[in-house]
Design a protein around this ligand. Sequence first.
Ligand SMILES: Nc1ncnc2c1ncn2[C@@H]1O[C@H](COP(=O)(O)OP(=O)(O)OP(=O)(O)O)[C@@H](O)[C@H]1O
Length: 290
Amino acid sequence: MTSALIATGLTKKYGRRTALADCTLDIPAGHVVGLVGPNGAGKSTLLLLACGLLDPTAGRIDVLGERPVSGSPRVGFVAQDTPVYAGLTVAEHLRMGAHLNPSWDAALAEQRIAQVGLDPAQKAGKLSGGQRAQLALTIAAAKRPELLLLDEPVAALDPLARRTFLQGLMELAATGMSIVMSSHLVADLERVCDHLIVLVASKVRVAGDVDDLLASHHRLAGPRRDPAGLGAGRTVVEESHTAKQSTLVVRSTAPIDDPSWQVDRLDLEDIVLAYMSGAAGSGRVLEGQR
Ligand SMILES: Nc1ncnc2c1ncn2[C@@H]1O[C@H](COP(=O)(O)OP(=O)(O)OP(=O)(O)O)[C@@H](O)[C@H]1O
């Protein structure tokens, strides 16, 4: 597996405030990767470090095998607040992109602007939040970077614009571009991402290919009991109990063959929520998994 991004003990402090603490992760290249986690988990900080707009306080980050350099033609970045120059028109943004980026794909830029219905003569300051997001994505994509980093790019988009945006992303991914996208909209991530990372308080709670995560996580419901009896090779991600019933979210590669459990599939959102909930921090690893 080649890596798009490797972080080792990565730490970023703003004065006395720690934004990212001792984060270690490995994001594979050639995938559309969803980065999810609660507010304040450190996702934006990680992406800013990855594109070289911030320097680490401690630890190390490598992006496409190199230390990040701000403005690298190999990495495109769309920040959370989709910054554009209010006084410049859409067409002027594209001309500036062409001027600044040696690998600028003018045909791609013009085709995307037409596809999303942006008026080239419109000043960026007069665009809606969603239109600004589309412009920012177009500029980042037309650099033809090897890695595109997107920080909550669809938060401001209406459902139709979101679908268009995500389709655009899938087209870019089909060209071989690696994409890492943070978002709280897990249903969207399930549509476009083939790899998912759940980051909670700077730590990876779970990471893996979406198909593997969906296949290996189950919700079990049955008469109340101690989950320790589940057997080897099963990780209890989340558990809740009433006087009579136990409900568990379990990661298991082996089938759950005890007929007293009702076993249900989970969607990606269920899995993410299980890892993000407080119980995930103490997820029990049953004997044989250690
Ligand atoms: N410029 C800054 N100065 C001080 N603290 C900061 C700064 N930027 C981020 N932080 C703090 O660092 C922590 C991580 O913030 P970050 O924005 O990386 O999280 P996030 O996972 O992207 O959150 P969200 O989902 O809300 O966007 C938070 O506690 C935040 O308050």
